[in-house]
Design a protein. Structure first.
Length: 212
């Protein structure tokens, strides 16, 4: 059975038993009231009762827990509480505390999420590149040319497989695969560095590139 006196005081400054929308707390208190309250004795309860009654078909789907409504169960009274009843006031002074607690929990969760995001490993952008290195002529030592190319070491550069591809007149070019971290290795700079091996290298070209 609902304690109408407590409920009347509570609803004097609120639209619902808990929160700002109808919830299961409203449902449990509504069901504990056997008949429509008197608007003369308990105007706020009467207003709330009529409003919640309009949600009868939606009771099962309303959110929240019914536990908040338990504070208003256990006795009925048509008389309003004494204005200086400190105990009654304390019973309903918890909404602001609940709001503050909810804000604290929300702030903690936001901070936890930000910390996890900050520690999440950054995705490293890499490119798989096929480079072609052309020699001066058919007398160029291709093994020495490849060794010179592979001698270049950079943070973020990994040399892969290679092969010699015939281009005509007995001349072959070096076709070599490499993986670079885009933030660390610039392909233009790398090509310039390879072309500094002037005894072997005539030119370089990027034959293919795939970002992953």
């Amino acid at each position: 059975m609902a304690n109408l006196a407590k409920l009347e005081q509570h609803l004097a400054s609120r639209s619902y038993v808990e929160g700002y929308t109808p919830s299961q707390a409203d449902v449990v208190v509504f069901k504990a009231i056997s008949s429509a309250p008197s608007a003369a004795a308990n105007p706020h309860v009467a207003r709330w009762y009529t409003h919640i009654k309009s949600y009868t078909a939606e009771f099962a789907s309303l959110p929240g827990s019914s536990s908040a409504g338990n504070a208003f169960l256990g006795g009925a009274s048509a008389a309003p509480p004494a204005a200086d009843d400190d105990d009654e006031v304390d019973l309903f002074g918890s909404d602001e505390e609940d709001d503050a607690e909810a804000e604290r929990i929300k702030a903690e969760r936001v901070a936890e999420y930000a910390a996890k995001k900050a520690h999440k490993p950054k995705t490293i952008a890499k490119s798989v590149v096929t480079m072609e290195v052309k020699p001066w002529d058919d007398e160029t030592d291709m093994a020495a040319l490849e060794a010179a190319v592979r001698s270049i070491e950079k943070d973020g550069l990994v040399w892969g497989s290679s092969k010699f591809v015939a281009i005509g007149y007995g001349i072959k070019k070096l076709q070599i695969t490499l993986v670079v971290e885009d933030d660390k290795v610039g392909l233009d700079d790398l090509q310039e560095q390879i072309q500094e091996f002037e005894d072997y290298v005539q030119s370089t070209d990027i034959a293919a590139m795939q970002i992953r």
